[in-house]
Structure formats: structure tokens, C-alpha cells
Design a protein around this ligand. Structure first.
Ligand SMILES: Cc1ncc(C[n+]2csc(CCOP(=O)(O)OP(=O)(O)O)c2C)c(N)n1
Ligand code: SF4
Ligand code: SF4
Length: 579
């Protein structure tokens, strides 16, 4: 049967058909929908892990336990999971093990744009890269076969465009793979120096065998056409290229590590000019140059930054821009903003008013850095708010600790915030940490996490108590405040900042977009009473606008959170009668 699937859904289908039994993931755009789609298959155990390292380690354990296993993450997640990745390269697998990583060229929703192909080279693990949904499905199954045949984990790389585009796939039945027997084998699975020394040559020999596979298997295929120019490419760039130049000669790489040499050389000799099209870093180009293969065009044409598109490729090759729809270039950008009624808004308003240094983190609350709130000073990576604040305050002294806070969400606190808090307690810091608990992983689209009391499959689960966890690591001052109550929030902040010991304020109110949250009727502004002071505009609610020297509330956007009423000293913001 044929059907239309997103790249991520096709990966999930591939997992089903490949007989995968165990999936662990941490959400991160553009990888999130893989686990969400897998959750619908009863045959596959699937979970959200608290972070990517745990997801990878759980999948490694399941593989050693004999099951076809999988974990998924976005590109920066692979940084978190890098430690187990490098060593599972040495141990190899029992049941097949596939590690999916989704790169975000163009940084549609990320703090940087890494090229994950470096990780495959660095960790000496084979990497497959599909170009469309059909290949997402096909390569997922292939990745398990390769993993078991070559005793290696396999990295499966996608990109925002492949993960989030729909195309036709052909569905097949699931092929069950029984649990492989588990046999104790310390020489393979206990990576202490004596054993690891013996495994390293095994890894190098494996790479040689994988190169032979890359040369001959057909996963890297030559499509001959016009021989005046030949292109070498992979992933989404193959689709762009085919749209621009349907008759071009192309070597399409499905396996991007290790790369073949003879196949590339033979392709190079059959075309007059050779151009490499790849996003971000010159991985293929460098491989060609290292092997003495002529490259007539590469990074000097396409650059190192951002994603490519049909128009960019055509323009770089002297063809001018074509009448393709290139959404990235034609749609005016819409600045991101906190939603009306977002429980984070009042927190950033208050932090800004108090003029505090705010060590920020990654989540919806990163938007607290944008106008008009502009309260956040730093954002580095998930978890860095608390540990970063500890470093900042350690060098700047106790007075600094009284004028600074860390802000972190519930999911991010579970991911990697707790260790920063332990650092503060253990090293006798006195910093103040705000945990913005909106009872969900908001930024990536409402995934459950260990604090929400539900699993990936929607089943009830034990919920980690944030307050008990903080107390357990030694924080004595832990309090819970409603972030809609601005006076309470300010009073709590002033008190905790003065304390000569670490404190945690949990700002608890569920995300306004959660289905169980009851939306209150929209408020309105009495234009007789409104003095046009613009005070209500300072909280940056998208429902409030200003026209003819008066503020107005858009009733289709307002959720009646009453934050703005706390701004208006003229009592001009009112509830509708009877509501
Ligand atoms: C290492 C890493 N993994 C995943 C992500 C994607 N990501 C960004 S923020 C976030 C979690 C946000 O949830 P939470 O901390 O609860 O804050 P909220 O968005 O709900 O306010 C995730 C998963 C990332 N940026 N980095
Ligand atoms: S704060 Fe009140 S008076 Fe000032 S602009 Fe807003 S509604 Fe009008
Ligand atoms: S009550 Fe005020 S702050 Fe809340 S959503 Fe409506 S307009 Fe925005």
C-alpha cells in the first residue's frame, strides 16, 4: 500500500516494519515526531527519556539485551549523547542499534547549526542520510540490517526539510525479530582500557569493510545524464538538485560515512566538471580533496552557513533565481512571541522591573529576551542557566547573587538542570533559581516529561516532585508561587534574593494551551477610563494593541489571564458583565 507520510512518520513506520522493539527519545525539533508516531504502534515499547544521553544509553542497554533498538534526538542532543556514542562504537551491538539525529540547517528552531556528519567520522560509526520519506522508511530498515551485519551502531541523519516534508512511501508488513540471546561478554561490553585497546582495531577493520559496502552496495548510486557537469550530493540537496537540473549526472550518496573512494573517482572521470553540493561543512568536498579527486565547485559556491534551496543552488551555478516557490526567501518573517496568557510572561515582566541579571535557558521562556520584556541576559544550552549562574556569582561575589537569578523550565530542569543545582548546593553558593513549571515540555509541542505524570504513550506514570527533588539535593528554601500573581512573585523574589543560602522558587501554572486548562472570557478596555498611558503594553501580550491613543484588546486572542489588569492603575481593563 502507498501513502503520504512525513519523513519523521516514515522513520517510525520503518522502525515498525524493521521489527524494532525499543525506542527512547528526548524531544527536539525537528526529530520530535518520530517518537510521537512510534508511540502509536503497540508492538514497540517507546518512551521519553529525561535527556538524550539517557535515551542513547537505554537504547544501548536494550540492544545488548538482544532487541532491535532505537533512539532519536535533534543535533544538539547528540552533543549530550556523545559520551555513550563514542564507546558504543567500540562495543558494537547485539540487537541492531540505530541512533537518529535531526540536523537543523538554517536554525529554524535551534541555538546553532551543527553538521552531525562530523560525529559519524569522529566516532567511526556509519551514517545513512535519506532524501525523502520513502528513503526514511527504507534506510531505517537498512540501518538495522547493517548494524547487525557489521556489529556497529548506525547513525541515521535527517534534516528539518526531510523530517518535516511529506512524500509517498510504500508500506510493508512488520518483520518480527525475536530477542537475540544475551551472553556475558566482558571483552566486548566492558570498555576498560585493556578491553578497549582490543576493540579499537576491530572498529578500524569494520570501517574498511563498510567502505567496501559503500563502494558497491548501491546505496550510493550514480544517475548518468548530461556529462558536461556531474554533481555529488546527499540528503535534501539531492531533491533540490533534481528540481533544478533534472538531466544532470549525479552521484547520490545514501551513506555519508564512510564515503567510497573508487566510486567517486569513477564518477569524476566520467564528467567534465565535478561539483559538490552539501549544506554546512565541506565533508564530501574534503574527502575528495584528501583523495586527490578534482573538485570544480563546492563551498566557494554554496557557503558554510544556513540551508540551501533550489534558488540558492541555481543562483550559485549562474542560472539566476528560478520561479520556484522558496518559502524561506519569500514569506515575511513573523517574530516569535509568548502566547497570550503564557504563565512565563509575568515572570519576565517582574525580573525586568527588578533589573536582575537573568541567566537563561532553552524553552518557550527564551522568548523572555525579546522586546518589550528583554529580561534575559544569557542563553547557551539546555541546563546552562543554573550552572552558568553559579559560575557568574562565584566570580562576582555575594552581592551579585542578590541581583541575579537562573530561569529554567520543568523539562529542562529534568534534562540537565538538577546537576547545576547540586553544584550550587555542594559548593556553598547562594544563588536563586526559578523553575518555570508549566507542567509540560512546551517549546517542542507539549511532550510529557518526568514531572507531568504521563508517559509518551499517554499512560499514567509516577510524577517527579520538583520541590522534593530540590529539597533532597539540599536546598532548604523551596517555595511555590503562582506566576500570574505578580505581587506575590515580586515579594518571593525579593525575599529569596536576600537569603544567604540557595533558594528555589517554583513558578507553577500550566501552559495556557494545554487542553485541560480552562480559558477565561476575553477582557475589554473601557475607552472612557483608558488614559493611554501604555502601561499595559509593557507586558508584551499579543492581544493588546494601541490605536487612537487608547489600548484595545483583541477578543479573539485574549484568554482572560488578568495579567494586564495588574498593570492598569486606572482600572480601565474589565471583565465583560455576566462572565
Ligand atoms: C540538547 C537539546 N535537546 C533538545 C532541545 C530542544 N528543546 C528546546 S527547549 C526544550 C524543552 C523546553 O521545555 P521546558 O523546559 O519545560 O520549557 P517550556 O518550553 O515548556 O517553557 C527542548 C526539548 C535542545 N534545544 N537542546
Ligand atoms: S494601562 Fe490602562 S490606562 Fe494605560 S493604556 Fe493600558 S488600559 Fe489604558
Ligand atoms: S487578560 Fe490581558 S494579558 Fe491576559 S491574555 Fe487578555 S489581554 Fe493578554
Amino acid at each position: 500500500m502507498k501513502t503520504l507520510l512525513l519523513g519523521n512518520e516514515a522513520v517510525a513506520r520503518g522502525l515498525y516494519e524493521a521489527g524494532c522493539r525499543f525506542v527512547s527519545a528526548y524531544p527536539g525539533t525537528p526529530s520530535t515526531e518520530i517518537a510521537e508516531a512510534v508511540a502509536k504502534y503497540d508492538e514497540i515499547y517507546a518512551e521519553w527519556a529525561p535527556n538524550e544521553k539517557v535515551a542513547a544509553e537505554a537504547a544501548i542497554g536494550a540492544s545488548i539485551g538482544g532487541a532491535r533498538s532505537f533512539c532519536a534526538m535533534k543535533h544538539v542532543g547528540l552533543n549530550v549523547a556523545a559520551d555513550p556514542l563514542f564507546t558504543v562504537s567500540y562495543t558494537g551491538v547485539n540487537g541492531g542499534l540505530v541512533i537518529a539525529v535531526a540536523d537543523d540547517q538554517g536554525m529554524h528552531s535551534s541555538q546553532n547549526e551543527q553538521d552531525s556528519r562530523h560525529y559519524a567520522i569522529f566516532s567511526k560509526v556509519p551514517m545513512l542520510e535519506p532524501s525523502d520519506s520513502a528513503e526514511c522508511l527504507e534506510y531505517t530498515k537498512l540501518a538495522f540490517d547493517l548494524s547487525e551485519e557489521y556489529d556497529t551502531p548506525v547513525i541515521f541523519r535527517t534534516s528539518t526539510r526531510v523530517a518535516h516534508s511529506q512524500s509517498i512511501v510504500e508500506l510493508s508488513d512488520r518483520v518480527e525479530h525475536e530477542l537475540k540471546p544475551y551472553q556475558k561478554n566482558p571483552a566486548k561490553y566492558v570498555m576498560m582500557p585493556g578491553n578497549a585497546k582490543n576493540r579499537h582495531p576491530v572498529v578500524e577493520a569494520r570501517t574498511q569493510k563498510l567502505i567496501e559496502y559503500a563502494e558497491t552496495s548501491g546505496i550510493n548510486r550514480i544517475e548518468m545524464g548530461d556529462t558536461s557537469v556531474g554533481f555529488i550530493t546527499a540528503g535534501i540537496c539531492y531533491e533540490y538538485l533534481r528540481e533544478c537540473f533534472p538531466n544532470a549526472s549525479v552521484l547520490k550518496l545514501g551513506m555519508v560515512n564512510p564515503l567510497p573512494v573508487d566510486l567517486i573517482r569513477s564518477f569524476a572521470s566520467s564528467v567534465d566538471k565535478l561539483i559538490v553540493i552539501e549544506e554546512l561543512d565541506p565533508i564530501i568536498e574534503t574527502h575528495l580533496r584528501a583523495n586527490g579527486i578534482r573538485v570544480d565547485g563546492g563551498k566557494e559556491l554554496f557557503g558554510l552557513c544556513g540551508e540551501l534551496s533550489q534558488n540558492k543552488i541555481r543562483a550559485a551555478l549562474g542560472g539566476g533565481t528560478a520561479p520556484f516557490i522558496d518559502f524561506g526567501e519569500t514569506v515575511p518573517p513573523r517574530p516569535p512571541t509568548l502566547c497570550p496568557g503564557c504563565p512565563h510572561r509575568g515572570t519576565f515582566y517582574t525580573l525586568g522591573k527588578l533589573g536582575l541579571m537573568v541567566s537563561g535557558d532553552i524553552g518557550c521562556y527564551t522568548l523572555g529576551s525579546l522586546p518589550p520584556l528583554q529580561a534575559v541576559d544569557t542563553t547557551v544550552c539546555m541546563g546552562a542557566s543554573i550552572s552558568g549562574l553559579h559560575g557568574f556569582n562565584t566570580v562576582r561575589g555575594s552581592e551579585s547573587a542578590k541581583k541575579s537569578v537562573a530561569v529554567i523550565g520543568d523539562s529542562t530542569f529534568m534534562h540537565s538542570g538538577i546537576t547545576g543545582l547540586i553544584d550550587i548546593v555542594y559548593n556553598k553558593g547562594i544563588s536563586t533559581v526559578l523553575i518555570l513549571d508549566n507542567s509540560i515540555t512546551g517549546m517542542t509541542g507539549h511532550q510529557n516529561n518526568p514531572t507531568t505524570g504521563k508517559t509518551l504513550k499517554g499512560e499514567p506514570a509516577p510524577a517527579v516532585s520538583i520541590e522534593k527533588l530540590c529539597e533532597a539535593v539540599g536546598v532548604k528554601r523551596v517555595r511555590v508561587v503562582d506566576p500570574y500573581a505578580l505581587d506575590d512573585l515580586k515579594a518571593a523574589l525579593l525575599e529569596e534574593l536576600e537569603a544567604e543560602e540557595p533558594s528555589v522558587i517554583i513558578l507553577r501554572r500550566p501552559c495556557i494551551l494545554l487542553p485541560e486548562v480552562k480559558i477565561a472570557p476575553a477582557l475589554y478596555i473601557d475607552h472612557e477610563k483608558c488614559k493611554g498611558c501604555r502601561q499595559c503594553m509593557t507586558i508584551g501580550c499579543p492581544s493588546i494593541s494601541f490605536a487612537d491613543k487608547k489600548a484595545t484588546i483583541d477578543p479573539t486572542l485574549c484568554v482572560g489571564c488578568e495579567l494586564c489588569t495588574q498593570m492598569c492603575k486606572f482600572e480601565a481593563i474589565l471583565k465583560r458583565e455576566g462572565k
